[in-house]
Ligand binder design. Structure first.
Ligand code: ATP
Ligand code: MG
Length: 404
């Protein structure tokens, strides 16, 4: 097969292949970008594989960055973009069901394609659009099948993460897992235990934000994969199965993913914190996830008050509405946008009176009273009980002072 019309991402990268070829090396587009091109899907990054060794690649291009030179990857910077150029490689001996630390460079494309995970990811395309397809990946693209390259059991034994990747690709592409590959996953799934949480997390989140989430998640549950990832156990099976009843509507952020899981698994605050820690989630991301869950639970009971909307902010309020829509079909994104737009202020910095003004007007030295008072002023303005106007605020103050 020859691809005749190159999307712009490839056109810009063609000169990189050209330079490598001119220097006497082989060079191809490989992996996800070729797959997505043949599926007419948007291209994320264009990866290039070459017979040139990293030192040779660096001699050919003026601007390069060593991003993973021990794995054979050099980033080539061009005016139109930057491209990862990786030397053809095999992965040598696998240890403990994980990808090896060291790789061996090879001079043939075939060796490189053999080490790839699935047939649809093992396609290469040269500068003139000719496809190299050693494992019938194009047929599998047509049949919408995810099939391991070579002997499936062996491949999952080499690197157990590939099983999580399978669920992620199912969810992104809506493909089915080919029978032998599926059976291999079922038999090898406990090896997931050997994989670092960080790598599992990436694929799990990828699976949860895919267009065909339910398909990926169904395989994740039915193969018992969930038993070998942090925290989840047999006790959670029914709650996880309930997630499959949700419509296949996109979830966009990791905070939504975690909040959704916590909601369905009925985590307490402490349990959720523990879960996020075990999944090696960063402090910032954990905070965001906990906020979304809190909002979701509050919002379940009724619409936002002005103050809730103000303190939560539009971004998180909208994330919450998306979850509400997904779970209960009653998200009110438009109303939230309108009500947020109508808030008298969007942040404390918009209040026309500052701390210094308060001290001067009330002739008082700074102290705790200042924060309290600003907070009261802020609430009153947000609730529409006070105009954000200098003299109105000062009047309100004198009244307040009388009460304090
Ligand atoms: P995406 O578009 O989501 O990035 P991708 O196919 O490009 O998908 P990457 O994780 O970026 O996925 O990997 C690039 C390529 O490297 C894959 O297409 C596959 O050929 C190969 N690959 C990545 N991880 C593995 C692995 N664990 N085992 C074997 N091959 C892998
Ligand atoms: Mg990629």
């Amino acid at each position: 097969m020859i691809v005749e019309k190159f999307p712009s991402e490839f056109l810009r990268a063609k000169s990189v292949l050209g330079s490598l070829e001119q220097a006497g090396f082989e060079a191809y587009f490989v992996g996800g970008c070729v797959r997505d091109l043949l599926l007419s899907k948007p291209i994320h990054d264009v990866d290039i594989a070459t017979s040139a060794y990293p030192a040779e690649v660096k001699k050919i291009f003026r601007r390069t960055v060593d991003v993973g030179i021990e794995h054979g990857t050099v980033l080539v910077l061009q005016r139109g973009g930057s491209y990862e150029v990786t030397t053809f490689r095999t992965e040598g001996k696998y240890q403990n069901y994980r990808r090896p630390e060291s790789v061996s460079f090879v001079r043939s494309l075939e060796g490189d394609l053999q080490r790839r995970d699935f047939t649809i990811n093992a396609l290469a395309m040269n500068r003139i659009g000719e496809i190299t397809d050693l494992f019938a990946g194009q047929g599998d693209l047509e049949k919408k099948l995810l099939r391991a390259v070579g002997e499936a059991c062996e491949r999952f034994n080499e690197d157990a993460l590939r099983m999580m990747r399978a669920f992620r690709f199912v969810s992104q592409l809506g493909f089915a897992i080919e029978e032998e590959t599926y059976q291999a996953i079922v038999s090898q799934i406990s090896l997931l235990e050997e994989i670092s949480t960080e790598r599992i997390q990436v694929e799990f989140l990828g699976m949860m934000v895919g267009e065909f989430r339910n398909k990926g998640l169904k395989a994740f549950i039915e193969t018992d994969a969930f038993l070998y990832v942090p925290v989840l156990s047999e006790d959670h099976r029914d709650a996880l199965l309930k997630l499959l009843e949700l419509p296949d509507e996109l979830i966009y952020t990791r905070s939504q993913v975690w909040a959704l899981i916590a909601y369905f698994l009925k985590f307490s605050k402490e349990e959720f914190k523990h879960f996020l820690r075990e999944w090696k989630e960063s402090r910032t991301n954990s905070k965001e996830a906990q906020l979304v869950l809190k909002c979701l639970k509050k919002r379940e009971k009724g619409f936002w008050t002005k103050e809730e909307l103000y303190h939560t902010g539009l971004t998180y309020a909208l994330l919450t509405e998306e979850l509400l829509q997904l779970i209960f079909r009653r998200g009110e994104a438009q109303r939230v946008k309108e009500e947020f737009a109508q808030l008298a202020i969007k942040s404390r910095s918009e209040i026309v009176v500052r701390g210094g003004d308060l001290q001067r007007e009330l002739k008082r030295s700074p102290g705790e009273w200042l924060g309290d008072m600003l907070f009261k002023i802020e609430s009153a303005i947000v609730n529409g009980d006070l105009l954000n106007d200098y003299s109105a605020i000062i009047d309100f103050l004198t009244q307040l002072e009388g009460e304090l």
